[in-house]
Ligand binder design. Structure first.
Ligand code: ADP
Ligand code: MG
Length: 255
């Protein structure tokens, strides 16, 4: 099982009496792209919170490589190579695009966004040392010409790219993408898809939650389908598209 990077083992989460996730197990192979899909309320965001450590599970384990990270705080998981983007971009609007990426870089091993922010302001010298690296990341996502603009002036699609750049600055082994294409035009979402493939080809493993089925079916090596907090199917895009259970509860007549 050496090539499994993320392993979710019989994980469960209840809120009060409600079971948001129950008995969920799946694995993500190293250098693969896996998608989690399911109707609203299926438990996708809860699952991401359990994997990243924002929430703790009421049952089960989460493993990153051969490390059990179940009890670890989000910043420790981040330092171990777990990067993420947020559904709503978490951007410092007053800071430049480049500085926002540098925050991601300094966040490696740091406790909070605030620590990283203060650190950035305190240590200009260190900032220069990471300058080149962060510029290269902006180059990769296609934002280098905006490096010195205020992040608050970026358009929606550019903010998503910046969010991606900041997650990459962490140097992740595993990248969790939460609705990274939401609100993008078709062209922007195609660009994003190409970018995610490149990132995977660079050796990063990707787990994503996304509503855009065109994107999910074209990008993913494997898909996990959730319904009411349980896994109802798992397989390649082809297998998922012809799975009767999936068609019944989720994809409906579209597919
Ligand atoms: P999805 O992201 O797939 O739409 P969620 O993970 O947000 O689903 O929600 C799964 C279920 O858990 C829903 O019934 C939701 O109302 C519930 N839930 C999620 N977070 C909380 C919370 N913090 N407190 C109580 N219930 C929650
Ligand atoms: Mg959600």
């Amino acid at each position: 099982m050496a090539d499994i990077l993320l392993s979710v083992d019989k994980i469960g989460k209840t809120f009060g009496g409600l079971s948001a996730i129950s008995g969920l197990s799946f694995q993500v192979r190293e250098r693969s792209i896996k998608a989690v899909i399911g109707p609203n309320g299926a438990g996708k965001s809860t699952l991401f919170n359990l994997i990243t450590g924002i929430d703790s599970p009421t049952a089960g384990r989460v493993r990153l490589g051969d490390r059990d990270v179940t009890g670890m705080k989000p910043n420790r998981r981040a330092a171990m190579g777990m990067g993420r983007t947020f559904q709503t971009p978490q951007i410092f609007g007053e800071m430049s695009v480049l500085e926002n990426v540098q925050v991601g870089y300094h966040l490696r091993g740091r406790a909070t966004w605030l620590d990283a922010l203060l650190y950035t302001n305190r240590s200009r010298r260190e900032e220069r040392e990471t300058h080149e690296r962060c510029l290269a990341i902006l180059e990769k996502v296609g934002l280098s010409d905006k490096a010195n603009e205020a992040a608050g002036d970026l358009a929606c699609g550019e903010l998503k790219l910046l969010e991606m750049a900041r997650a990459l600055a962490l140097g992740p082994r595993l990248l969790l993408l939460d609705e990274f294409a939401a609100g993008l035009t078709r062209g922007e979402s195609e660009h994003m898809m190409g970018l995610v493939r490149e990132i995977r080809d660079d050796g990063v493993t990707v787990l994503l939650v996304e509503h855009d089925m065109h994107l999910v079916m074209n990008l993913s090596d494997e898909i996990v389908v959730l319904n009411f907090g349980e896994k109802i199917a798992e397989g390649t895009p082809e297998e998922i598209q012809r799975n009767d259970k999936v068609i019944e509860v989720y994809l409906g007549a579209e597919v």
